[in-house]
Design a protein around this ligand. Sequence first.
Ligand code: GDD
Ligand code: MN
Length: 375
Amino acid sequence: MDLSVIVPTFNEGPNVAELVRRTAAALPGRAIEIIFVDDSSDDTPDIIRAVAAQALVPVRLIHRDHPQGGLGGAVVEGIRAAASEFCVVMDGDLQHPPEVIAELLARAEVGDADVVVASRYTEGGTSDGLANAVRTLVSRGSTLLTKAMFPRKLHNCSDPMTGFFLLDRRSLDVESLRPRGFKILLEILARKQMRVAEVPFSFAPRFAGESKASFSQGMRFLTQLTMLRFGRMSAFAVVGGLGAVANLLITGGLTGLGVQYLVASVIASVLTIVGNFLALEYLVFADMRAESGLMRHRFLKSFTFNGIEALVRIPLLWLLVSEAHFHVVIATALTLLAAFVVRFVYHALVVYAPKRSRSAKIAAIREPLEDELAA
Ligand code: GDD
Ligand code: MN
């Protein structure tokens, strides 16, 4: 097998036949397979099976009934299952022209690269297929931000956000990846220094169907960036900080509207506690939710923590100021810092602790800490 082509799909039925036809035609005389990793809620899997029966190259289908990690999780699943060490990852909507695969493969066979990136932003590439000016601006801006955060690892990569690339699987430990959301290439390149080569390509308009990109994918991307760069604890801190700012704004806004200040403060606290919890659920600990039991139990644990924290912190503050004679500002800062660390450890190890078996528990408890070390 010369090459495995991995195609993540979510409701891409009308694109499947054309994609398989063009991919097979683009690589004559090569031993290739196409692996669809499908999370669709419609009849896409049936279409893939029907196309596979007629195709000129082997077409495999992995359908996930309980998808994890979204697009990125699907890609990792495909890389694991691939028969070849050379894995091309390509979207299922023909925005990535299959004809470019031949160039990616030829470049990889030179033998001096771990990843060959199909780039829109290198000499000869274009991003015309992006749906509109806003998407173009977001894509350009997030590319710059990402490159600034990983100046060395992404030095040779002009398009770390592309979903079209060839990976030599021997160059990394697939199990070390923590896929979340759309930006799987970034996940691969940010973990360790990879040798990157590039091939330009023109990002085409979709063949059929609609994009699955969304605002919530954007939020997921920013969380991923923070976690890859600074570790999970920083994403946790950013969420906490934004919560504090939101609390001030809501309290200020309500009192401005004439609401009594204690009432305003209670409303602001309830809103930020709930908002904070949702951000932890869907962003910071999104990858640990599935295994850590019921959401309402996690909320109760998290909520209880706030109460106990206040009960412990205030007497501690009193001790520091009147017994140990700390300045009140320093004492407050110390107790808040301690509370932050304890809060993070408690959420990572207790609230989001995996529930399955004891061995799975031990393995996953180690994970968030390993994430810190890797960062
Ligand atoms: N299995 C699976 N699961 N596939 C998914 C999922 C999912 O949850 N979400 C999206 N996909 C598939 C789509 O079916 C498509 O084949 C591919 O992933 C890309 O999704 P699009 O909805 O077409 O995304 P896009 O065109 O907006 O974004 C693409 O271009 C970006 C660059 O601007 C992707 O390649 C991004 O990764 C890339 O950053
Ligand atoms: Mn697309």
